[in-house]
Design a protein around this ligand. Structure first.
Ligand code: NAD
Length: 290
């Protein structure tokens, strides 16, 4: 396929490189980052988008997505697909989809899980919102960049699935970390704690697959001095998006709200920025109740 790729950062660059490797013809644009090998550089986002069958965006936030969409939609061919893989607020995803429709362009919001490692290995999971026809058009690209793509529903449904998943993830990570810190103070060995919880009703992905305690369970960022992995500031971004969405639809999410507060304190006032989100464990370890 002929693909335009806008936003060639930590995630976008390896995703674009995988499309090239699979034989797609990719033209790229980024304000700052260079194009990976095999991607033809364009002078602007509009130039990267002109005449493409699919235009992929992988950008930092909803405001930037809206600005880029306003620039590229007039340049895109009717019937082409604007495929946004960034994590953005549900409202921006829906607003961009409405503008695309007005321009005769199909839109899919398809945020990813799997991080930079998944982007490089082509094993991302895509959660997609948009029409069935639009989803089917971009399915071959999902198959190159990822191992699974779930069509979640209409425009915005992909972003909704992503922030609900990551709200659970943030809450569960905090629960797992505070339980380890409590176990420490009760004199319980971390290995025993893992053996019990990972096979009992407290089990979770954060305990079983991404254990925040170093030397316990399968290898995780905790075993690499809490280098990300999934950085605490990205978790904070997703938790804030979940709370923005919860406010918009009047959903009561007390645990999500508390998780957002804790990650905000961790990233903004403590030493969390640049550390993996599981570094909440050493944070709790050092603290008492006040
Ligand atoms: P990044 O900051 O490395 O990349 C974003 C790129 O967009 C940058 O290279 C920047 O120069 C470019 N950019 C910004 N404004 C632009 C514009 N107007 N025109 C063209 N390019 C522009 O971020 P990333 O880690 O690649 O993340 C991208 C998206 O993926 C984010 O929405 C993030 O939340 C999401 N995400 C990231 C991860 C992760 O582990 N990094 C995991 C899942 C989802």
């Amino acid at each position: 396929m002929k693909v335009g790729f806008i936003g060639l950062g930590n995630m976008g660059a390896p995703m674009a490189a995988n499309l090239v490797k699979a034989g797609h013809q990719v033209t790229g644009f980024d304000l700052a980052a260079p194009c990976p090998e095999g991607v033809t550089p364009a002078a602007s986002a509009a130039e990267a988008a002109a005449g493409q069958e699919v235009v992929i965006t992988m950008l930092p936030n909803g405001a930037i997505l809206r600005a880029v969409a306003a620039e590229v939609l007039p340049a895109m061919a009717r019937g082409a697909v604007l495929l946004d893989c960034s994590t953005v607020d549900v409202e921006s995803a829906r607003a961009v989809a409405a503008e695309a429709e007005a321009a005769g362009v199909l839109a899919v919001d398809a945020p990813v899980s799997g991080g930079v490692g998944g982007a490089a290995a082509g094993t991302l999971t895509f959660m997609a919102g948009g029409t069935e026809a639009a989803f089917e058009k971009v399915r071959p690209l999902f198959e190159v960049m990822g191992q699974k793509a779930v069509h979640c529903g209409a425009s915005g449904a992909g972003q909704a699935a992503k922030i609900c998943n990551n709200m659970i993830l943030g809450v569960t990570m905090i629960g797992t970390c505070e339980a380890f810190a409590l176990a420490d103070k009760l004199g319980l060995d971390r290995g025993k704690m893992f053996d019990v919880v990972s096979t009992s009703s407290g089990y979770s992905w954060t305990m079983n697959a991404y254990c925040p305690a170093p030397g316990v369970g399968p290898k995780s960022p905790a075993d690499n001095d809490y280098k990300p992995g999934f950085a605490a500031e990205l978790m904070l971004k997703d938790l804030r998006l979940s709370q923005q969405a919860a406010e918009a639809v009047d959903a009561d999410t007390p645990m999500g709200a508390r998780a957002a507060e804790l990650y905000a304190a961790f990233v903004e006032d403590e030493d969390g920025r640049g550390r993996d989100f599981s570094a909440m464990l050493p944070r709790f370890e050092r603290r008492g109740r006040t």
